[in-house]
Write a protein of this length. Sequence first.
Length: 217
Amino acid sequence: MFNLRKLPFDPKSNAVVSEETCSYHHGKHHQTYVTNLNNLIKGTEFENSGLYEIISKSSGGIFNNAAQVYNHDFYWDCIAKKSDMSDELKARLQKDLPNFKEEFLKSATTLFGSGWAWLVYSPKSDKLEIIQTSNAQTPVTVGLIPLLVVDVWEHAYYVDHRNARAAYLEKFYENINWDFVSAAYEWALKEGVNSVKYYIGELHAKGCGCGKGCGCH
Ligand code: MN
């Protein structure tokens, strides 16, 4: 049984999303992915698996709901509180993506339909990259390590901004929790893909037997 993570901020006073958006986006949409996942894995090979393992190995409805649980978990941390970027991340962005803000916003604005825009670290190329994923797709399945994400499904902004995705993105960008993103970058360099497993394990501890509650086997 997976549980819905708690919001890492007070929904009454978040700079990016209103309390009403939180009640739908977290309380209904995110909760539904968790509920669906719990129902779908019953009686399957994934019944006792950790969330990371399910995301890595499943397909169809199980994958869609598992990946959406993780994508939303990560998104809430990215907007928990406005904070500053570490010097290390700032230097790395200047090197790999000197026009980061413009490119990231362009990626999020132009994504067609429902999906996510991400800043990721690629251990293979040792580079920061901006990528889009559609629907429930997540960088985790292709070995990329998420550092920052913005949800551009309409449910993320329609309550507060109606159809104005750009207005939502502007607010999002002004209030990024760079503390969290900087820490994700630091852990990505140190631990590679294990940093993703630890993150998921912290939020969705499940008896995987590794002693870290991370469902990493
Ligand atoms: Mn969403």
